[in-house]
Design a protein around this ligand. Structure first.
Ligand SMILES: N[C@@H](CCC(=O)N[C@@H](CSS)C(=O)NCC(=O)O)C(=O)O
Length: 299
């Protein structure tokens, strides 16, 4: 696996060139080695002059990406975290504090089977933060979202697209379409679409046929330059585009029958933490979290 450090300082684009984004694979060794994570950071300037602050953070045990997004142009710098992991909550909240952000939402793309979400722990440490998950997941959260809804933070927003198939409640969060939203658009695909792969479909209401249609109708219809940010990467990738995945995804670029055949023959062992993670994530990851755990992870 590619192991690289993280860049600390956000990169600011000149405001005269509004529609650009930083290549997120550009990272340098750094002082956050304690976490042994890879991470990258970028600022996106929107054509309306707004600014999205963006961090991609990695949790190495479950190979999970957590994303921090904030409206850096807004006086309160409202922020959201997508797919936080319990093990890295301290890191994520420290970053939020350092950057002077106001975390408003801790969101999940789905009920994860391989790790415990950080959502519940975040809420215990920062009670004003609202947890978010899809209503189709049947999990508990402060806000249960449906396709078409908007998650608003400052002047920026994410729209919800239903992308079931890996689990029945999977959603993809897509950055807004509009003059004051970052371009190219960004799709946080959870486990529906991975870079050159996709989520497995053999448990939690998974269905290869449903996943195929979800990705083709909800993600591959986005503008081809849309950036694809998955919830996991097992191969050392950090970002892709809709166009790249339509062309080179070895599973989803195929026809549906071939795709279903591939998925039926993956032969993957069940995730090691599935029996703990799924029930825990149905309640925001709070099951079995004792005061001791919270204290141990506080600084
Ligand atoms: N070995 C890991 C689990 C790996 C795994 O099954 N990943 C899932 C997403 S997390 S449920 C998956 O869909 N993988 C697709 C693939 O093609 O690898 C563990 O034990 O936790």
């Amino acid at each position: 696996m590619l192991r690289i450090g993280c860049a600390r300082a956000p990169v600011y684009w000149p405001s005269s060139k509004p529609l650009r984004c930083l290549a997120l694979s550009a990272v340098t060794p750094n002082s956050r080695a304690k976490w042994n994570v890879r991470s990258s950071t970028a600022d996106y300037t929107t054509s309306g002059g707004g600014k999205l602050l963006f961090h991609q953070l990695f949790e190495e045990e479950s190979y999970t990406y957590t994303y921090l997004l904030a409206d850096a142009s807004h006086p309160e710098k409202p922020a959201v975290l997508i797919d936080p992991v319990d093990r890295t909550v301290e890191r994520d909240l420290k970053l939020v504090k350092e950057l002077g952000l106001k975390l408003i939402y801790a969101m999940n793309t789905h009920v994860h089977a391989d790790h415990v979400t950080g959502t519940g722990l975040i809420k215990m440490k920062a009670p004003s933060v609202k947890s978010v998950i899809s209503s189709a997941s049947n999990a508990k959260a402060d806000r249960l979202i449906k396709a078409g809804e908007k998650i608003i933070f400052g002047n920026l927003f994410l729209e919800v697209r239903a992308t079931p198939g890996h689990t029945s409640g999977c959603v993809t969060y897509v950055s807004g379409d509009g003059p004051c939203q970052p371009q190219p658009r960004m799709a946080f695909t959870g486990d529906a679409l991975l870079i050159r792969g996709c989520g497995r479909t053999d448990f939690q209401g998974g269905s290869s046929s449903q996943l195929y249609h979800s990705v083709h109708s909800q993600i591959f219809t986005l503008p081809k330059e849309t950036l694809v940010y998955p919830a996991h990467d097992y191969k050392g990738f950090s970002v892709s585009t809709v166009e790249e995945e339509m062309l080179y995804n070895p599973r989803l670029s195929k026809d549906e029958e071939t795709f279903k055949n591939i998925m039926e023959n993956l032969g993957l062992p069940y995730p090691k933490k599935i029996d703990v993670a799924v029930p825990s994530n149905m309640v925001c990851g709070l099951q079995d979290i004792s005061l001791k755990t919270v204290q141990a992870t506080s600084n």
